[in-house]
Design a protein around this ligand. Structure first.
Ligand code: FAD
Ligand code: 2HG
Ligand code: ZN
Length: 471
């Protein structure tokens, strides 16, 4: 039966676009960290929407599940097939055309397999900005960004993928094509279906193209690295910056000293921009569409005011783009640097910004009680209330022993987020990693409505099964 299906898929997309050799499948059936591994009947790489539709229809006829995949950079196993060997991985990476760029409408229409960086570059070439920005931007795709409602470092000013999307084209689980590629900022003709697909992690359909919002290009920037005594100071500094810079505050990331230590230890060329060790740091970015916007003066006066208030302990304003890039490299290097310290237990939570200080104090205390000596790597998008609460084992301790505590430690963090009305996944999604535990943190009625939507879109359960919804 699988052999028949593979023959039909080859007829649809051509033999070269159906991979079945285990060596060819390797890069598609586990994630880049090898945290999740499966196997597949085939990887299919269609080049056009009609081919995606035909592939999905053939799989549906055969009762075979489809796993949509983009750059496979996701962090919770959403794009990885199960171990049955019966699923088909549908890779969108050949579908990467820019279909349209409309400056007057401030929109770009791209195919789902387009790499995020290539979309940023296409926008820049037209004097525009596509503002989604994240560490994996050189390999993640627009389809994956949409399916996970990606966030990143520009959310404070521009929002998440939900906010950046005007229209979608989607292949539904039975192979029909929904053309919702509208470039409209106002459209009140009923339910906003695109928002159901955004953040659905491939469980409701395959996104094949999108109309995304563009913004005027940024022509000046100021970047600063500042030392802070505690997270409360970070929240206050955001307030000072908002008052002085308004919408020109486009980035505000926080990092604990432990996070920065790992980067200094493992990333070649990384240097501590300040002399003394401080408990917390923030990376601040202001930007403007005017070429001479005087942003250095704005950032300096904000930091001066914060220093007077005792909110900022020390700081440096980047002297130019090279120094700004070096400061951003300290921030973006954390995820990779932590991998050199044994297992990295990742948690991606959010609470209201105002409650972050109390949340961090409570969570750190509980984690240290649970595992004395645990190394807590807290960092991220504090301006959005989103922290990456990643954990490394105590120095010199055993990897397996630490991994065995993963579920208990996750509960410590999630219970704490829950106590502050937070979420257990702010940006990475549920995938297979959090699909069971979500049942303990989400309202039962909400989960029932989600199951109802899944049944409506995918009654046979063939679209990325085993992801998002509890089993
Ligand atoms: P994949 O990993 O291929 O897939 C992710 C999910 O989307 C899967 O469930 C998959 O089935 C589904 N999917 C993929 N394509 C489609 C499609 N066309 N139609 C339907 N479903 C689809 N995320 C953030 O939000 N913010 C960050 O700052 C951030 N930083 C990161 C930094 C690093 C170094 C890494 C490795 C990851 C980071 N991520 C971040 C995780 C993030 O989810 C992804 O990098 C990105 O959004 C996923 O895109 P992808 O193309 O790799 O998707
Ligand atoms: C980031 O903000 C990403 O750097 C990745 O969301 C976080 O690796 C992680 O846990
Ligand atoms: Zn992040």
């Amino acid at each position: 039966m699988t052999a028949d299906l593979i023959g039909r898929l080859r007829q649809v997309v051509g033999p070269a676009a159906v991979l079945t050799d285990p060596a060819d499948l390797a890069g598609y059936v586990s994630d880049w960290r090898a945290a999740y591994a499966g196997t597949a009947a085939a990887v299919v790489r269609p080049g056009r929407t009609e081919e995606v539709a035909a592939v999905v229809a053939r799989c549906a006829e055969a009762g075979v599940a489809v796993v949509p995949q983009g750059g496979n950079t996701g962090l919770c196993g959403g794009a990885v097939p199960d171990r049955s060997g019966r699923q088909v991985v549908l890779s969108l990476t050949r579908m990467r055309r820019v279909r349209d760029l409309d400056v007057a409408n401030q929109t770009i229409t791209v195919e789902a397999g387009a790499v995020l960086r290539s979309v940023q570059e296409a926008a820049a070439a037209a004097g525009q900005l596509f503002p989604l920005s994240l560490g994996a931007e050189g390999s993640c795709t627009i389809g994956g960004n949409l399916a996970t409602n990606a966030g990143g470092t520009g959310v404070l000013r521009y929002g998440t993928m939900r906010d950046l999307t005007l229209g979608l084209e989607v292949v539904l689980p039975d192979g029909r094509i929904w053309n919702g590629l509208r470039g409209l900022r106002k459209d009140n003709t009923g339910y906003d279906l695109k928002q159901l697909f955004i953040g659905s992690e491939g469980t409701l359909g395959v996104i094949t193209a999108a109309v995304l919002k563009l913004f005027p290009a940024v022509r000046s920037r100021a970047t600063a690295w500042v030392a802070l005594p505690n997270p409360q100071a970070a929240v206050e500094l955001i307030g000072v910056l908002r008052e002085l810079a308004g919408d020109r505050l486009t980035g505000f990331e926080i990092m604990s000293r432990q996070s920065v230590e790992f980067v200094l230890r493992h990333v070649t060329g990384a240097r501590d921009p300040l002399g003394d060790r401080q408990p917390w740091y923030a990376l601040v970015e202001l930007s403007d569409t005017l070429p001479a916007a005087g942003l250095d003066e704005v950032i300096e006066s904000a930091l001066g005011e914060a220093f007077e208030k005792g909110v900022v302990v020390d700081g440096v304003v980047a002297a130019g783009p090279a120094q700004a890039a070096a400061l951003w490299a300290l921030r973006e290097g954390i995820s990779e640097a932590q991998n050199h310290e044994g297992p990295s237990l990742k948690h991606d939570v959010s609470v209201p910004v105002s409650r972050i200080p109390a949340f961090v104090a409570r969570t750190d205390r509980a984690l240290e009680e649970a595992v004395p000596g645990i190394r807590i790597v807290t960092y991220g998008h504090i301006g959005d209330g989103n922290l990456h609460y990643n954990l490394s084992k105590p120095e010199g301790s055993d990897d397996a022993e630490f991994r065995a505590r993963a579920a208990t430690l996750a509960r410590v963090i999630y219970d704490s987020a829950g106590a502050f009305d937070g979420s257990i996944s702010a940006e990475h999604g549920l995938g297979q990693a959090k699909r069971e535990i979500i049942a303990d943190y989400k309202d039962g009625h909400e989960l029932e409505l989600m199951r109802g939507l899944k049944r409506l879109f995918d009654p046979r359960g063939l679209m990325n099964p085993g992801k998002v919804l509890p089993g």
